[in-house]
Design a protein around this ligand. Structure first.
Ligand code: THU
Length: 139
């Protein structure tokens, strides 16, 4: 992927940290999802007093896009840390990986984990969710 697009996605993910709602964990996560049509959908984590309704940043971004009729995606960038301080790579939870599996090609979908614009790692979905179960299995 083009380095300028990677930097744009990192900036977009970082800007989502301002909206992260985390009164319980104070662990802030931002995501930026790149759709095949070029749109970028931001997402933040949204916690809940009952805990289990909490939505991760990644799923927030996916659900925003899908709820607007967009279902094809190329990449997602994820940043996060306690109090919104970015110190390490934040990998998507298993539930979010499964949501990615629903809409993305595991061979080509890129997951960018970033700490800064200069420090990031890129994985294919298939590497973070080997032998994933997806729509093809039910076809
Ligand atoms: N969280 C995310 O938003 N994405 C991840 O990839 C890992 C975890 C959120 C959920 C919860 O609000 C907080 O981080 C602590 O688990």
């Amino acid at each position: 992927m083009d380095i300028r697009m990677i930097e744009k996605l990192i900036e977009a993910a970082v800007s989502q940290l301002d909206f992260s709602y985390t009164p319980y964990s104070d662990f802030k996560v931002g995501a930026a999802l790149l759709a095949a049509n070029g749109n970028i959908y931001g997402g933040c984590n949204i916690e809940n007093a009952a805990y289990t309704p909490t939505n991760c940043a990644e799923r927030t971004a996916f659900f925003k896009a899908v709820s607007e009729g967009v279902r094809q995606f190329d990449a997602i960038c994820i940043v996060g840390g306690k109090k919104g301080i970015l110190e390490e790579y934040i990998a998507p939870c298993g539930v979010c990986r499964q949501v990615m599996m629903e809409f993305c090609n595991p061979e080509t979908f890129q997951i960018i984990l970033a700490v800064s614009k200069e420090q990031y790692k890129i994985f294919a979905l298939k590497d973070l969710l080997p032998l994933g179960f997806g729509p093809e299995n039910l076809a």
